[in-house]
Write a protein that binds this ligand. Structure first.
Ligand code: PMP
Length: 316
């Protein structure tokens, strides 16, 4: 996965060959401090011979929200970015599960460290292969981090701003160094916020409970989809509220969710077994149902999937 790169990137309005998409070395540094991005998944459907992007419009709308929060002008509408993304995947002939990462940033920032306001932004769309791990048994052990989550009045977690991710990187490095797979960060109030790149949810007493959007989390599109599926498909109650860390220790099931994380079962938190230390029944069922939605086996949520048109191109 690491070395794979597509033939084309989309860069400032044009499909650009990978080799030609270069910036000057002096642009390193301040240009990325204010940069914002999105992470979007596309799933290859073998039966339909087609690539489907999951909730593309919601992700592109959130890109606009992130640029607004960091006062970065974005010259492209959601419709334009939708067309750009579809055309890019078609041009690359993408026929596998793929991660799509639009990124808005300011170039030529030298000497303008604190005065980026109003500057034009550049926009890059990159893609790379990212196989799904749903239903593979992939699971993780979590540690509550000694690092505190950034907060709305410090660096708003609601924006997908690159700088925010340093907080999650420190927490991840600590967790891995200490022999865990993933960190859970507490917010300044001491309540559970999220993992470095994913939201957190738990099952207690037959209900799904997840930190509310005021707990210092990204307004996750996967979280939103899973809340809908748990309510509408599983018929299980969902509660959004602040969560104490000890509730995680006592939970019957815990999982993280996000575009990259999909649904990742958590088997222990701070070496407390979650439930019996195995993947729980609700998590397993939700993985199965989510998988069916992503792969187009559940028509009810077809509106969440955007066909790319790769299949039509291949057979044309
Ligand atoms: N929190 C953070 C900090 C993230 O980076 C992500 C991944 N985008 C998520 C939560 C999950 O959000 P989504 O479901 O929209 O990918």
């Amino acid at each position: 996965m690491g070395d794979a790169h597509p033939t084309y990137l989309w860069w400032n309005g044009k499909q650009t060959r990978w080799e030609d998409a270069t910036v000057h070395v002096t642009d390193l540094g301040w240009s990325t401090v204010g940069a914002v991005f999105e992470g979007i998944r596309a799933y290859w459907d073998d039966g339909a011979e087609e690539l489907y992007i999951f909730r593309l419009r919601e992700h592109l709308d959130r890109l606009h929200q992130s640029t607004k929060l960091v006062r970065l002008p974005l010259a492209y509408s959601t419709d334009e970015l939708t067309r750009a993304t579809l055309n890019l995947l078609r041009a690359n002939g993408t026929r596998e599960d793929t991660y799509i990462r639009p990124m808005a940033y300011t170039a030529n920032t030298s000497g303008k460290r604190f005065a980026q306001v109003g500057q034009d932004s550049d926009l890059l769309i990159n893609t790379n292969p990212m196989p799904s791990h749903l239903l593979t048994g992939h699971a993780q052990h979590a540690k509550v981090s000694s690092w505190t989550r950034i907060s709305d009045n410090v660096m708003p977690p609601r924006a997908k701003n690159f700088s925010n991710y340093r907080n999650g990187q420190l927490a991840s490095m600590e967790a891995r160094t200490d022999g865990y797979d993933v960190a859970f960060l507490l917010n300044p109030a001491g309540k559970v916020s999220e993992a470095p790149g994913a939201c957190v949810a738990m099952v207690r007493d037959g209900r799904l409970i997840t930190p509310d959007v005021g707990s210092g989390i990204l307004e996750s599109i996967t979280r939103d989809a899973l809340i809908t599926l748990v309510r509408e498909v599983l018929g299980v109650e969902v509660v959004e509220r602040p969560i104490d860390r000890t509730e995680l220790y006592l939970a019957d099931e815990v999982f993280t969710c996000g575009t990259a994380a999909e649904i990742t079962p958590i088997l222990s938190v701070d070496r407390y077994d979650v439930g019996d230390g195995q993947i729980g029944p609700l998590t397993r069922e939700l993985e199965r149902r989510f998988h069916d939605v992503l792969r187009g086996r559940e028509e009810r949520y077809a509106h969440w999937r955007t066909p790319v048109g790769v299949g039509a191109l291949a057979t044309a």
